[in-house]
Design a protein around this ligand. Structure first.
Ligand SMILES: Nc1ncnc2c1ncn2[C@@H]1O[C@H](COP(=O)(O)OP(=O)(O)O)[C@@H](O)[C@H]1O
Ligand SMILES: [Mg+2]
Length: 124
């Protein structure tokens, strides 16, 4: 039986700038089952990075804010957690490999080894 690890429900993340409000993520919903892989594909600027940063709660606040929706991780709504509670989840249970591979990944090791290392260190 499948078990939901991550469920994003009606996520809305906006940027409040001096030029107005940018609705970068506007009602995104998806579900990821345990043990499965999910790819999110879209044109540049469509909101993939902002969706990921919202899940990690790494938006540049206060300009970038989750204004609506839920991010249920093992049933817990990450939107409602304090920064201290998020710090216990970040790195240990959810990680992000950023877009610049030369700064995010070590070229000496294979990508697979580095992702496996993240997963193993998260199980400690
Ligand atoms: N710090 C920011 N301030 C204002 N708008 C932003 C900021 N970061 C991203 N955006 C806007 O949010 C939208 C989604 O961007 P992004 O998630 O980076 O797209 P993708 O990763 O799919 O290429 C774009 O319109 C982008 O200009
Ligand atoms: Mg991106």
């Amino acid at each position: 039986m499948s078990e939901t690890l991550l469920e994003v429900k009606n996520l809305n993340t906006h940027f409040f700038t001096e030029h107005g409000v940018a609705p970068a993520v506007d009602g995104v919903s998806f579900r990821l089952e345990k043990g499965r892989t999910l790819g999110i594909v879209g044109e540049s600027g469509s909101g993939k990075s902002v969706t990921s940063l919202s899940i990690m709660r790494l938006l540049q606040e206060p300009a970038g804010r989750i204004v609506d929706g839920q991010i249920l991780f093992n049933g817990r709504d990450l939107v409602k957690l304090t920064e201290k509670e998020m710090q216990e989840i970040r790195g240990a249970h959810i990680s992000m490999i950023f877009q610049e591979p030369m700064t995010a990944l070590n070229p000496v090791y294979t990508v697979g080894t580095q992702i496996a290392e993240f997963s193993l260190s998260g199980r400690k």
